[in-house]
Design a protein around this ligand. Sequence first.
Ligand SMILES: *Cc1c(COP(=O)(O)O)cnc(C)c1O
Length: 347
Amino acid sequence: MSAQYRVDLDAFARNLHRVRAAVAPAAHMLVVKDDAYAHGLDAIVRRARIEGVEWFGAFDVATGEAVRAAAGPEARIFVWLIGGADDLAAGIAADLDLGIGDAALLDDLAGLTLARPARVHLKIDTGLHRNGIRPEQWDDALARTRSLVDDGRALLEGIWSHISEASDADDDDARSVFLAAREAARAAGLPPRFSHLAASAAGFARGEFREDIVRVGAYSYGIRPSGGPGEEELGIEPIATLHATVAAVDPAGVHLRLGSLHGLPSSLAGRFDVATASGPRRVEVIEPTAVTVAPWDGAAPGDEVAVFGRDALYSATDLAELVDTIGEEVALRVSPVIERVYISSRS
Ligand SMILES: *Cc1c(COP(=O)(O)O)cnc(C)c1O
């Protein structure tokens, strides 16, 4: 057997309930970009629906369509990478909520034949400069939105932004810009139904950032921030374990069927232990298609070890901290060629 990434959907469900309690009364939007942080979109979305998640954050329209197929017609699905008129039309056809971070998309919307009004969430750029409408262009964007709304082509469902969550002071500045933008919308007769700007970190730590919806990815999957509070303090748990099997045993050590090509950063060699039947063993060498681990008595081909995650000794974030990155980076590298296996008390 080759490596497997085993996802415990019951642990995922516990995280979902924890996140919901932490951000209440705001709604939890489960962010599922990058194949649900590499856990596998379909199984994650289906379980989240069973657990009562109503909002999904999907990134692009193609992902939004996949979420729609898994989540059913009632779920609200927010996408925020929209390429142009065709993308807009596809997003409206799939009944998605559209994050509009570029005023040119409002012109595209004016030119489309629509079966129903587009659900628009206008994005104010509050300082990250990734996408978003700049404050100096906000009034103009509101005027264009106003005419779309008056024509029955759009509903202003939301005003939103994305913040760095790297420093409280920067986030406070971003929030001031956000609040001013929302005030301007209200003054223009466009009160948004929903406001949203926080992700995992600010959603947990800073009540005034929660507004109506908190877009939580990392914490939903039990990925804590590097250098930040621990899982216990946050009340979350890693949900997945990367397992590998022993391919061969020789005097150099125990060789696993796994390598950097499967996503294990080679810079981790010599820096962490996997969990074996005989306890922790150091990872000594990480090659493209092989990992060599310190030997143990009785090691034999076919034996299984837990490399990182829930049932291992190190979480994704523990490994990330060893090489100065973030847990998402380690989790997202788990290659799509590694089989995802789901553990659940529900069938
Ligand atoms: C990734 C992302 C999130 C979720 O961030 P986490 O820190 O993983 O919770 C929220 N909003 C946007 C726009 C994102 O791109």
